[in-house]
Design a protein around this ligand. Structure first.
Ligand code: SAH
Length: 551
């Protein structure tokens, strides 16, 4: 299964956990999500069922919910009117006694229902007439084959349901076990062919992906389609694009492959290719007898993604990061953060390292990515805030190895500790502010003192990262002294400890009262500006905000 489509298994109560784990055994990349406060022992928690469900649905994720079908229908109702993603959605009884495919007929929901039902040893509640009658979804050919036209396919299936018989031309091994109304003289034909054919109402056209197109000149999708057409081949028969390794960073080539919806592979050695079919200007078409195993042809461009997990809670992680984590083959980072980002599939390689070996970790990440792997480097919060993104770029800057330069490098933002803490407290960073790391591991302490002095004079609100540690015991007290030159003792101070994690604690105090003992390395310290204020909120604690004005 496409790892981007890892199912989410949703639980409303702990009772369903054993069944959820049995389903997860079928889809090891799936995550079990439990309602916070109600479910113990899930892989992650969520706060609100409807919102979470709609988010997953929008994100095109298969959903397996252990709850009443009605709850799912009601929660998704508003979403269904719009066009857009329609991932598989299944309701499974908490005790595993019923498996009900609800939505996502073309996304393979019935196949999932059959798999899950077999695992739970019950009968799936399949209601799709075509599937019931023929024992297979004709519109969902296996990997290596592409359906030419889904709308035409739907008409074709309804003709068969209406009593038409059918014959098969070409090789369709997966249909052998199906229960089709076959007849040698049938007007309706399932054609399995790489050749281009004119769409006809009485045909179901399926293309085996047997063609690889090597691009030597300029890349554009229209040109590739044209070349296929000239060779008499259907665009659906295209399995991949090929190019020389020197073109790994060619953006036009990558977007051409995207537009055609096929992978791009880089080949040095022509011997592994299928036979040459036709050579047109700048494009060589290779054609195999069977669907191509693209993963075996040449290699792909490696990818290095630097992500930030946010402060901790899964809801505060950006979806692109979740996807990158799911797609990763290698993950590098401080062990605590890697564990926070899991669970992972057994084949995903975790390279857990000590927090201080950042440059070495970055180099290792480049080496892996340069060999064609999908690599993710994990930070907490935002990767660009006192974290791995700068180390990764520094490694690249130091060592402009041509192989490293060919890696597809991306940095995804995350919710940094200062922003997560500020949001908990209200809006202490609601006006101009600065972020300062009090760690003098990589910068001289004098620089830090100078910055604190200037930030104090500029009346900026400040967020302190790395405020204190066993190796740096005195620095925080000294920093507070410097700030106190510019701020009154009543200046509002916010301490956020383990924000977004189970042990989360938010403390409001003042510059005069703050003691370094209240702070540790898991704390983010916000010092207000001269205007930062507290206002009461109903639960007894105060809101903190810095007004947008000076008056
Ligand atoms: N890249 C991270 C910061 C790494 S520096 C980010 O953007 O958040 C590590 C420091 O960040 C810690 O010493 C602490 O001051 C702060 N920090 C990180 N996560 C935190 C959390 N969940 N709660 C409070 N502070 C946190």
């Amino acid at each position: 299964m496409d790892p981007r489509k890892a199912p989410a298994i949703l639980l409303l109560g702990s009772g369903g956990l054993p069944v959820a784990r049995r389903i997860q055994a079928l889809y090891p990349q799936a995550r079990v999500l439990g309602l916070a406060g109600r479910v113990e022992g899930a892989d992650a928690t969520y706060a609100e069922f409807g919102e979470t469900l709609r988010g997953l649905y929008r994100d095109d994720r298969p959903i397996i919910a252990l709850c009443a079908a009605g709850i799912l229908i009601r929660s998704l109702a508003a979403q269904l009117a719009g066009k857009g993603a329609e991932p598989p959605v299944l309701a499974v009884a908490e005790d595993g006694s019923a498996v009900v495919p609800l939505l996502g007929g073309l996304g393979g929901v019935n196949r999932m229902a059959r798999e899950i039902a077999a695992q739970l040893e019950v009968a799936p509640a399949i209601t799709t007439s075509g599937e019931l009658r023929f024992g297979t979804c004709l519109l969902e050919p296996p990997a290596g084959y592409a359906l030419a036209d889904i709308e035409q396919g739907k008409r074709f299936v309804s003709d068969l349901l209406g009593g038409e018989s059918v014959r098969v031309e070409g090789e369709a091994p997966w249909l052998e076990a199906a229960n089709l109304p076959l007849a040698d003289q049938a007007r309706r034909v399932i054609h399995v062919t790489a050749e281009q054919r004119v769409d006809a109402r009485d045909e179901l056209l399926i293309h085996p992906r047997v063609v690889a197109a090597r691009i030597d000149g300029d890349a554009d999708a229209a040109g590739v389609r044209q070349a296929l057409a000239t060779a008499g081949l259907a665009s659906g028969a295209l399995a991949c694009l090929l190019a020389a390794p020197a073109r790994m960073t060619d953006a036009a080539l990558a977007s051409c492959a995207d537009e055609l919806g096929v992978p791009l592979r880089f080949v040095v050695d022509e011997t592994a290719l299928p036979p040459l079919h036709q050579h047109l200007s700048g494009i060589r078409l290779y054609r195999a007898a069977q669907p191509l195993e693209v993963e075996r042809i040449g290699r792909r461009r490696g990818r290095l993604t630097v992500v930030g997990l946010g402060p901790g809670a899964a809801e505060f992680m950006v979806p692109a990061t979740r996807r990158a984590l799911d797609e990763a083959e290698d993950l590098l980072g401080y062990e605590t953060y890697i564990r926070m980002a899991g669970p992972f599939r057994p084949e995903q390689v975790l390279h857990c390292t000590d927090n201080r070996e950042e440059l070495q970790r970055a180099r290792h990440a480049f080496e892996l990515a340069a060999s064609g792997r999908r690599v993710v480097v994990v930070s907490s919060g935002d990767p660009g805030v006192f974290a791995m993104a700068a180390a990764v770029l520094e490694a690249l800057d130091d060592n402009r190895d041509p192989r490293w330069l060919q890696v597809e490098l991306q940095v995804f933002p995350g919710v940094s500790a200062a922003l997560a803490t500020a949001a908990k407290a209200g809006a202490p960073l609601g006006h101009d502010f600065c972020l300062i790391s009090l760690s003098d591991n990589l910068k001289p302490w004098e620089v830090i003192e100078q910055r604190l002095d200037h930030a104090g004079a500029a009346d900026l609100a400040m967020a302190f990262y790395n405020p204190i540690s066993r190796a740096r015991p005195w620095q925080l007290a000294r920093a507070l002294e410097i700030v106190a030159r510019h701020r009154r003792p009543e200046t509002v101070v916010v301490l956020g400890r383990d924000i977004g994690r189970p042990a989360e604690a938010l403390t409001l105090t003042s510059l005069g009262e703050l003691r370094p003992e209240q702070v540790d390395m898991r704390t983010l310290v916000i010092i207000g500006s001269s205007l930062t204020r507290r206002i009461p909120r109903p639960d007894g604690q105060d809101w903190v905000y810095t007004p947008r004005w000076y008056r």
